[in-house]
Design a protein around this ligand. Structure first.
Ligand SMILES: [Fe+2]
Length: 316
């Protein structure tokens, strides 16, 4: 294989920088393979000094597979697969300062996400990443065994705040609830390419663990969510303009630090289609109809206290 691309490890658990590549150009198959393998190994990869257009970003994303359209995010109308995050005075960041893997409310969440930075605040606005394979491996053997065959319910709950309270809003919400009913995913996901095990529950979309009482589910989920908070499993990315960052949603979670508003931060995102997550349990256990997953039924927030952002947004 011939490629001049250099992969420089930047974090112990995850994170690498890719050098000697121009993403405005069509990549050779060999170059693409090096990048693809680096994504699997390092889980989040970054490319500096990439002055690329949206079309070039889409083309690079397409090398990894089909792109998906986010049902609730601000898309560019002529290129719906491109999400534009343009936060500035009057346009606050929405619900991205909570640990999550992207769009796990879908049956087939995206395998990877790619952001390109256009405008970056003078200070602040970092993105945090956590290796969920390291987070899983950091649990005791006993806890790993305990959670390995569990199934969790995921739901698009934070986006419900986007709908108006009037009849039209309620109709739209019902429409989306039909399209995206609560969905079952393994608590421990097996990565389809590396076969590594990763914790696959997140406080943005996971509402409970199937077959558990609400209180049990809440305590266990809180413990698992906190694995992403461990600094040893993290990588913090400080943005400069024209940086492309790409992460593997099957093995990581991320958190957009909400400390820069009302400074402007403008990023463009494309998202690559993924497959149905599987774990160590028989696949049929994930294919059952969804809905209340525990003995007591579940509330909209799965017994979790409304998140800080939820309280703040409602208060305003
Ligand atoms: Fe995200």
């Amino acid at each position: 294989m011939s490629s001049n691309i250099e992969v420089v490890k930047r974090g112990v658990s995850l994170g690498a920088e890719i050098r000697n590549v121009d993403l405005s150009q069509t990549l050779s198959d060999d170059d693409f393979q090096v990048i693809h393998d680096a994504l699997l190994e390092h889980q989040i990869i970054k490319f500096h000094d990439q002055d690329i257009t949206s079309v070039q970003q889409i083309a690079f994303g397409n090398r990894f597979g089909e792109l998906t359209v986010h049902p609730f995010s601000p898309n560019a109308s002529d290129t719906p697969e491109l999400i534009v995050f343009d936060n500035k005075e009057g346009v606050k960041p929405f619900f991205t300062d909570v640990w999550h893997s992207d769009e796990t409310f879908r049956a087939e969440p995206p395998m990877a996400t790619m952001l390109h930075s256009l405008i970056i605040p003078e200070v602040g606005g970092d993105t945090m990443f956590a290796s969920m394979t390291a987070a899983f491996e950091g649990l005791s053997d006993r806890m790993q065994n305990f959670v390995s065959d569990m199934v969790a319910v995921h739901d698009f709950k934070p986006f419900k705040l986007l709908f108006n309270q009037n009849e039209e809003g309620k109709d739209q919400l019902r429409h989306f609830e039909k399209l995206y009913p609560p969905i079952l995913h393994p608590v421990v996901r097996v990565h389809p390419e590396t076969k590594k095990k990763a914790l696959f529950v997140n406080p943005q979309f996971t509402i409970n663990i199937k077959g558990m009482k609400e209180r049990e589910s809440r305590v266990l989920l809180d413990l698992l969510f906190e694995q992403a908070h461990v600094p040893e499993y993290q990588f913090r990315h400080n943005w400069t303009p024209n940086t492309v960052v790409m992460w593997d949603n099957r093995s990581t979670q991320h958190y957009a630090v909400n400390d820069y508003y009302p400074q402007r931060r403008n990023l463009e995102r494309v998202t690559i289609k993924g497959d149905r997550p599987y774990g160590l349990m028989p696949k049929e256990e994930l294919e059952q109809s969804t809905g209340p997953g525990n003995d007591e039924g579940y509330t909209e927030m799965g017994g979790h206290k409304p998140l800080r952002q939820f309280q703040r947004d409602v208060a305003e």
